[in-house]
Design a protein around this ligand. Structure first.
Ligand code: TPP
Length: 203
């Protein structure tokens, strides 16, 4: 069972490797949402049959979904942090904003149609949750009651842009709507910069 401390330790180790110039590719470290993510994994009992879609900031999610820390670390050392994929654990990530909402919904549709075990969980940030494709995917999943949950981690930022200021609302668009039935939402403060460790690294 992965704990909050395991996640913090892992991210700190990756930060150290990045600072030493041993990872020659972008990394997006996260701190401050360990408890919230563990709560969601426990609440839904996310297991081997479930499919997880996420984006550039997926280290914690991969650990919680069952990727062995040493395997994850090697993938990051190989430069794959921004788009981690582990088919064995049903984890598919992308570094492109908005790229996976439709794929995740299609996967949920296929699972339902074939009567297969498993659900789909898509993890994204608050700005990603404002994209048009996120709206469409959630709307479709709610309309057809697909086995999908969209998990929104709100750090109030899109890189360095204040998400709420950009959209002119203190709340995400789905607050108080029927679409919340397929959305898990929480706020957190990211202890790391959007990407990297806050200083230029010379390789
Ligand atoms: C299509 C596309 N446009 C721009 C970017 C650059 N980009 C990477 S992350 C990001 C911000 C996303 O914000 P949010 O969804 O809130 O994620 P978080 O802050 O949690 O990382 C942007 C604009 C990208 N990766 N893909």
């Amino acid at each position: 069972m992965i704990t909050e401390q395991d996640i913090v330790h892992f991210e700190n180790e990756i930060a150290g490797l990045f600072t030493e110039g041993r990872i020659k590719a972008p990394v997006h470290l996260r701190a401050g949402r360990e408890t919230a993510l563990i709560h969601i994994f426990n609440k839904y009992a996310i297991g081997p049959d479930d499919h997880v879609f996420a984006f550039w900031d997926a280290h914690e999610i991969c650990l919680l979904k069952g990727v062995p820390p040493a395997v994850l670390k090697q993938a990051i050392l190989d430069g794959r942090s921004i788009a981690l994929c582990f088919p064995e654990q049903h984890i598919y990530c992308s570094g492109i904003v908005g790229s996976l909402m439709g794929v995740a919904t299609g996967m949920a549709w296929a699972l339902k149609r074939r009567g297969q075990q498993g659900r789909v969980f898509l993890f994204c940030g608050d700005m990603s949750a404002e994209t048009g494709i996120f709206h469409e995917a959630v709307k479709y999943a709610v309309n057809f009651d697909l086995p999908a949950v969209f998990v929104v981690s709100d750090n109030a930022l899109s890189v360095m842009t204040d998400t709420r200021a950009a959209w002119g609302s203190p709340d995400p668009w789905f607050k108080g709507t029927r679409f919340e039935t397929k959305i898990e939402y929480f706020k957190y403060h990211n202890g790391w910069p959007h990407s990297g460790v806050g200083k230029l690294i010379k390789f």
